[in-house]
Design a protein around this ligand. Structure first.
Ligand code: URA
Length: 207
């Protein structure tokens, strides 16, 4: 009948489905489900959820950790200092936020005081990211930092040991690099991130 598919819910609850209850679906339902989510305690302190930004048909998808204060205020990922560096990193490989690029985080809500995500928060939120990746179906994912890499690759290996190889997440090629906020604190590692971006560019060209 040409109707858009809707999420198949294993059950419904007041306030909308939680991430774990989404089985299949479309952007419209995802965009309703994320702001309605109360699956973990982070919903209590958020100003708003931060789903992601960019081209929903992008070939490039970048995944970070979680919204910070600015992202929580504005509803867009990577708009603070780390975001400025990320935009510069993208520009260095001739990419631009929103143009064939989609940016998301593992968590859709800000952890208070910018603390690290807790394992249960990651577990509850990951189905949203998984659905985003399925809907965008990018050609290449760049996992930025420990939480994105370890979540998508289901490993506890370090970033330094994961860099420089092409992995697959649900069939989508994935490479790992440092998180921009880490690079702001560890300037010498910017050279390694630059090498990762060139590797990503070469990998994309080969796909
Ligand atoms: N750090 C992240 O991982 N994501 C953001 O959106 C902002 C900072």
């Amino acid at each position: 009948m040409g109707l858009a598919p809707v999420w198949r819910l294993r059950k419904t609850q007041a306030g909308g489905p939680s991430a774990g209850e989404l089985a299949d679906g479309d952007w419209i339902t995802l965009k309703q489900a994320v702001p309605a989510c109360t699956a973990c305690a982070l919903h209590k302190a958020r100003t708003q959820t931060v789903l992601g930004v960019g081209d929903e048909k992008a070939q490039w998808m970048l995944v970070g950790e979680a919204p910070g204060a600015e992202e929580d205020r504005l509803g867009e990922p990577f708009v603070g200092q780390a975001g400025k560096l990320l935009d510069n990193m993208l520009a260095a490989i001739s990419l631009k936020r929103g143009e064939n690029v989609y940016i998301a985080n593992v968590l859709k809500c800000r952890p208070p005081g910018n603390r690290n995500p807790e394992p249960d928060e990651v577990a509850k939120c990951t189905p949203f990211l998984k659905q985003q990746i399925a809907l965008i179906h990018p050609k290449l994912i760049i996992a930025m930092g420990r939480f994105a890499a370890q979540t998508l690759l289901a490993t506890d290996a370090s970033i330094s040991s994961l860099r420089g190889r092409v992995y697959k997440y649900e069939g989508v090629p994935l490479i790992v690099t440092y998180h921009p906020a880490y690079l702001l604190r560890n300037l010498p590692d910017k050279a390694k991130a630059w090498a990762d971006l060139l590797f990503a560019k070469r990998t994309m060209a080969s796909l």
